[in-house]
Ligand binder design. Structure first.
Ligand code: PLP
Length: 377
């Protein structure tokens, strides 16, 4: 197969070294501040980051925690959701959404996505509600906000909490409002590859609910408000001073980075219009942040091999849905239980995307995809 333009380029799926090198001076200053400050856990950097991130999301409170999974888990714990309870989760998500429910001791109840947006289908939620249902976990998958008004409506009818899994959606807007302010509480991840990524693990909860915020502050720090006085059996899940300081620096360019992703996404959308791939659908109320640019193809594996030969890095998010993972064998949900989810997993391919991706890169990737289809037409 020919390589477009005859020149082989190397376009990585995501170049984190380049992303963070763009912040070299700011990150080094942040590191020095923490090094010389001599205080490494639960200090000024964390307090400042929490304030800045809450303001960014349009939420009253932000609480830094160890990672995104803990953020979701601690929200459920703080609401007292546990053994005997059910939580509605998307069938089509990263397994962490489900694991948070399992760690709390509750049971994840999967619901199929909308076939076009790949996010939780609000029309299918009600049928999954039982007297044990306590909450709906809505994921803004790939950085595309879920249809929150309709999800909140169903929740209100049944007295359920709505928890956003915003791990892929820092800055995304739904009808003008930011992810992290669209439900009762939200969990964020600052895993290095996320739109707001630390240089290690990190996470946060955002909420307008002061009592919930207080409870999460207690749970993340051994269940204690006053050092060595423990009210409940808590956890050790804190966002450390160093990561908080680095995140404060990176938060300053998040909007610019997200705008760049959006420009690259619209370029992909126009250049791939006539290709054979199915393109992401953006409802008119959504302002996605393009954590991932995910196309679909019935010939996904061949396309991925072709792109790899052209020097283009791609990733499959995700190859196996949670209900078919051995980890969830206990639910006895076999092949065929969630056909929309299963076909998504067979067809999706994430193209290169990130703040350092260039117009030329996108042009090269699109040429490679268009060649793949024209040669085999
Ligand atoms: C990354 C991610 C998480 C978990 O975040 P960690 O920081 O890796 O624990 C949860 N949900 C979704 C949808 C994610 O993409």
């Amino acid at each position: 197969m020919s390589i477009p333009g005859g020149v082989r380029q190397e376009i990585p799926f995501l170049d984190l070294g380049a992303v963070n090198s763009a912040h070299r001076t700011g990150l080094e200053n942040a590191f020095k501040r923490v090094l010389e400050g001599g205080w490494y856990i639960m200090g000024r950097e964390l307090a400042a980051f929490e304030e800045e991130f809450a303001a960014y999301c349009g939420a009253r409170h932000a609480i830094g925690v160890g990672n995104g999974l803990d953020a979701l888990h601690l929200i459920l714990r703080a609401y007292g959701i546990g053994a005997g309870d059910e939580v509605i989760v998307p069938a089509n998500t990263y397994i962490a959404t489900w694991l948070a429910v399992s760690y709390a001791g509750a049971t994840p109840v999967p619901v199929e996505p909308d076939a076009a947006t790949c996010n939780l289908d609000p029309a299918l939620i009600e049928a999954a509600v039982t007297p044990r249902t306590k909450a709906i976990m809505a994921v803004h998958l790939y950085g595309q906000p879920a249809d929150m008004d309709r999800i909140n409506e169903v929740a209100a009818r049944h007295g359920l909490k709505v928890i956003e899994d915003a791990a892929q959606a820092h800055g995304a807007r739904y009808k003008g409002r930011r992810a992290g302010s669209l439900g009762d509480a939200a969990g964020f991840s600052f895993y290095p590859g996320k739109n707001l990524g630390a240089l290690g693990d990190g996470g946060a909860v955002t909420t307008d609910d002061g009592a919930l915020a207080e409870q999460i502050r207690v749970l993340r720090n051994y269940g204690s408000k006053v050092k060595y006085y423990n009210d409940v059996k808590g956890f050790n899940s804190r966002l450390d001073e160093l990561q908080a300081a680095l995140l404060r620096e990176k938060l300053t360019t998040l909007d610019g980075d997200n705008r760049h992703r959006a420009e690259m996404a619209s370029l992909y959308l126009s250049r791939l219009q006539e290709s054979g791939v199915v393109l992401p659908v953006v409802p008119d109320w959504a302002e996605p942040v393009w954590h991932l640019f995910v196309v679909r193809s019935k010939r996904r594996d061949e396309l991925q091999q072709h792109l790899s030969r052209c020097g283009v890095g791609t990733v499959i998010h995700y190859p196996i849905p949670p209900h078919l993972q051995p980890a969830y064998a206990e639910l006895e949900l076999g092949e065929g239980c969630f056909p929309r989810t299963e076909s998504i997993h067979r067809e999706v391919l994430s193209l290169p995307m990130g703040p350092t991706l260039t117009t030329d890169d996108v042009g090269y990737v699109c040429d490679a995809i268009n060649n793949f289809y024209s040669e085999s037409r």
